[in-house]
Design a protein around this ligand. Structure first.
Ligand code: ARG
Length: 460
């Protein structure tokens, strides 16, 4: 049954009814819808817009309905138009005509916005918690692997040795910015839209601040038209989720690469990998690949919402019913990806010996050799030239930098000292980079302490 039958002589075409129906996806806001109605009913009675007895009947009826839905004693009707009509319909069945008073000074336009904001407030913190768990896991791995060195890359070529802990903590900081963004996003959604009614406000003497307090919102939407027309918070969530997914996808890509045999830098646990139906040797990093793949879907959700909203004259337009599926999809996807990324990392075993092997003979400490010469007083440009020649000739001779003796170095420049040889081991190279935020063990330990402090409840 529709909530708007009076004006119509004919019924709705079955196809149109199905096309218009949103219960299939907005049913997941049923708790929020009932909570909003309870607060609204209490306010109507307090303001003498309805009688105390009517208010009590509505509140008791809504609470009983909520408990019955929660316990599974009753189910939402399949044939309702949306969650708002479903709840009101069930309440009418239970209470009769008095249920019709609930919609006084309210419209589905402010109701749907309010439900969505409440849902947001109730659920986005789960994403933030999952993000915190992943950030914690990254700090744990950074701590456990302190001293492990691997090639740092630019252009995907070996650049300079870095600590694995440094590499992992780079993701910690990306995700920490995302944590702040999600927090901001929740704060901006934290405003009551009820009271805007259809879009212009209401002549009834409502008390919006009472409803705000009942529902735990920090603010009131200050403009009734903005209240029903705004979906910025949904767009913002999808934007932040897209950025977070981009970070997860880059990490996923590195896990995929690192678990390939040519790298062998990490071995994933059996329980997060899959085999092949044809190739018995395969152990595929499906979870990482799926996280990378699902990034596209969240970008799609963002694009859907931005496109949905861009041409809408104020205020509510039915197009906006299409806001929920992308928002819920982005939410479900990012929550699953964060949870599974953490699971995958918890069982990941890093292979320091493979990392050391890949550093051997890769010339990634050539900068250190040049620095060593420069620190003997030779202009860096000149030192760079000398080391460039050493690298070129060593490659020709298939000789690693690590194999050069001081005598060998002297053939290129007599100003080399034994310090040069000490400087070109991967760990010495990393440890030389003591600048704040650099990859030296001491600098990374200091960074790790900062990261851990940021994870403290007051460390935001
Ligand atoms: N199902 C609708 C939505 O999700 C609820 C609001 C309907 N409002 C209206 N004026 N038809 O947007």
């Amino acid at each position: 049954m529709a909530l708007w039958g009076g004006r119509f002589e004919g019924g709705t075409d079955a196809l149109v009814w199905a096309f218009n129906q949103s219960l299939g996806f907005d049913r997941r806001m049923w708790r929020e819808d009932i909570a909003g109605s309870i607060a609204h009913a209490k306010m109507l009675a307090r303001q003498n817009i309805i009688t105390e007895a009517e208010g009590a009947a509505l509140v008791t009826g809504l609470i009983a309905l909520r408990d019955d839905l929660e316990s599974g004693a009753v189910k939402l009707p399949e044939d309702a138009e949306d969650i708002h009509s479903a709840v009101e319909g069930m309440l009418t069945q239970r209470l009769g005509a008095v249920a019709g008073k609930l919609h006084t000074a309210r419209s589905r336009n402010d109701q749907v916005s309010n439900d969505l904001r409440l849902w947001f407030k109730n659920h986005v913190p789960d994403v933030i918690d999952a993000l915190t768990a992943l950030r914690l896991q990254l700090t744990k791995m950074a701590e456990e692997n302190m001293g492990v060195v691997l090639p740092g890359r630019t252009h995907h070529q070996h650049a300079q040795p870095v600590l694995l802990s440094h590499h992992l903590l780079a993701y910690f900081w990306m995700l920490s910015r995302d944590d702040e963004r999600f927090g901001e996003c929740v704060r901006r959604a934290d405003a009551l839209s009820l009271g805007a009614a259809a879009m212009a406000g209401t002549p009834f003497p409502i008390d919006r601040d009472f409803v705000r307090q009942e529902l735990g919102f920090a603010h009131l939407c200050e403009n009734s038209m903005d209240a029903v027309a705004d979906r910025d918070f949904a767009v913002e969530f999808c934007a932040v989720a897209s950025l977070t997914m981009m970070h997860l996808s880059r990490l996923a890509e590195e896990i995929v690469l690192w678990s390939a045999p040519e790298f062998g830098f990490v071995e994933l646990d059996d329980d997060v990998t899959t085999g092949s139906s044809i190739m018995p040797q395969k152990k595929n990093p499906d979870v990482a690949e799926l996280i990378r793949g699902k990034t596209g879907r969240v970008y799609g959700d963002l694009t859907t919402l931005l496109t949905l909203m861009k041409g809408l004259a104020l205020t509510y337009n039915k197009d906006m019913q299409e806001d929920k599926e992308p928002l819920f999809d982005a939410y479900d996807t990012i929550l699953a990806c964060l949870t599974l990324m953490t699971r995958m990392l918890q069982g990941a075993r890093f292979k320091p010996e493979r990392m050391a092997q890949s550093l051997y003979g890769d010339f990634s400490t050539a900068t250190d050799l040049a620095d060593a010469l420069a620190s003997e007083g030779i202009p860096f440009r000149e030192a760079h030239e000398v080391v460039g020649i050493i690298v070129r000739e060593s490659i020709k001779r298939k000789q690693a930098l690590e194999e050069l003796t001081l005598e060998d170095l002297h053939r290129y420049d007599v100003r080399f000292t034994a310090r040069a040889l000490d400087a070109i081991t991967p760990i010495a190279s990393a440890n030389a980079r003591t600048s704040r935020g650099g990859t030296a063990t001491d600098a990374v330990r200091a960074q790790l302490e900062k990261a851990k402090a940021k994870l403290q409840p007051n460390g935001k």
